[in-house]
Every structure is written in C-alpha cells, then in structure tokens.
Design a protein around this ligand. Structure first.
Ligand code: ADP
Ligand code: MG
Length: 220
C-alpha cells in the first residue's frame, strides 16, 4: 500500500544544506499499525510529511497503491492524497474560528459528496464529540482537539492514516482512546503510520521502524 525507496531530504538553512533523511527504504503492504521512533531531530516528521505527499523529497520515490506520488502533477497528487491519505498533524492545525463540525468538514469542501455530513455525524458520535459540534476548538481539551483532528483525517475514508506524535499532548486515557481508533481503522484494512516517542504506544504497533540520524536503523 505504501512503499518508499531511497528517500533523501535536505533542507537549506543559511545557505547550507542540512541532510535530514539519507536514504530510507520501507515497504508496508496491507494494513496494520506501524510506528516510527527515534530521537528528536532524527527526521520522523520530515519522513511522514513526505509519505503523505505534503513535502517533496530531494531524491527517491513514494508509491501509494502503486502510484508514484511525486511524479503526479500537483493537482493529481492532491486528489490522490485527498482520497487515500488522512493526515493528523502534531499540533492538530484546527482552524480557530470554525466550529468543530466546520473544522471536520473544511478539508473536504472540494470533494463533492452529499454523504459527508452524515459521515461527519457518525464519526463525532463514535469519537465521543457529539455534544461539541458547535463549539470552537479553544473550548475543547487537548484530547478532544486530537479527536477532532482524527475525525477530519478519517472523513473521506482514507486507506492510509498518517499521524505525527498522536498522543504527544494526551494523558493515558486519551492516548488509549486514540489507539483504539487506530486499531479499528487497521482492523478494517487501513494502514496507520505514526511517529511517536511514546514507548508504550510503539510497543502496541505491528511494527517499529527505528530512525537515527536520517537512517532507518532497525525494523521489528
Ligand atoms: P523529528 O520529527 O524526528 O524530531 P524533524 O523531521 O522534525 O525530526 O527534523 C529533522 C531535522 O530537520 C531537525 O534537525 C530539524 O531542525 C530540521 N528541519 C525540519 N524542518 C526543517 C525546515 N523546514 N527547514 C530547515 N530545517 C528543518
Ligand atoms: Mg517530529
């Protein structure tokens, strides 16, 4: 479902190239929950952004369902991303002046689908947010905001869910709730790719990909 080959990424900082990813190969077939772990700064977030088609690698290929993401034109890539990939950002990136319902629906405005409102209702009930629909994000706890970000990512029924430190701001109970959502998504055939420094969360994943200094150093 997701294959990356020889992914390299350098950022240019003060006219100096900083090499962040130095050739990552990874093949994730079928579904399952996969954790990317490693010290801060080793390139986890960069890797996830590239896998989600949100950041262009300096070199290498990303295949999503055999489509080469970065060989597609920008709008084709956006379409593929919108239909197959749900992305949960570390800091949620909810729109502060939109209510929860509007936040969940906002990312799909360009996807004409009359069932989205029903799907939104179904998701918020499932995630325990039904009573929060008309509130703005700042009125919600971090756990609730995280669930809104998840609902937004799941709205289009993606096949791949990418989450950056999904439990980073959460207590154990809310962290468990997030994992339960991942588990359900993967039991239904989806693929979860998450970066985490939460050892307990990583241990519950089907595989652990350890990064160090821009390289994949072990896969278990
Ligand atoms: P992690 O998520 O593992 O902490 P990141 O992928 O966020 O690692 O960052 C890896 C390295 O790349 C860090 O040294 C970080 O400072 C650098 N970096 C990340 N984003 C940028 C950027 N947009 N411009 C320059 N350097 C960046
Ligand atoms: Mg990070």
């Amino acid at each position: 479902m997701l294959t990356v080959k020889n992914i390299q990424k350098s950022y240019t900082d003060s006219n100096e190239d900083v090499s962040v990813l130095k050739g990552i190969d990874l093949e994730l077939k079928g579904g399952g929950i996969h954790a990317v772990v490693g010290p801060s700064g080793c390139g986890k977030s960069t890797f996830l952004l590239i896998c989600g088609g949100l950041l262009q690698p300096s070199k290498g290929t990303v295949l999503v369902n055999d489509e080469n993401l970065f060989e597609l034109k920008g709008d084709e890539r956006s379409k593929l991303r919108a239909s197959l990939v749900g992305y949960v950002f570390q800091k949620f990136h909810l729109i502060p002046y939109l209510n929860i319902e509007q936040n969940i629906l906002a990312s799909s405005l360009s996807m004409p689908n009359e069932n989205l409102e029903d799907r939104c209702k179904e998701l918020v009930e499932e995630l325990g947010l039904g009573h929060r629909l008309k509130h703005i994000p700042s009125k919600l706890s971090s756990g609730e905001q995280q669930r809104v970000a998840l609902a937004r990512a799941l709205l289009n029924k993606p096949k791949i869910l990418i989450a950056d430190e999904p439990t980073g701001n959460l207590d154990t109970e809310n962290g468990n709730a997030v994992f339960d959502i991942f588990k359900k998504f993967s039991d239904e055939g989806g693929l979860v790719l998450m970066a985490t420094h939460d050892r307990e969360l990583a241990k519950r994943a089907d595989s652990i990909q350890s990064f160090d200094k821009g390289l994949l150093v072990s896969s278990i």
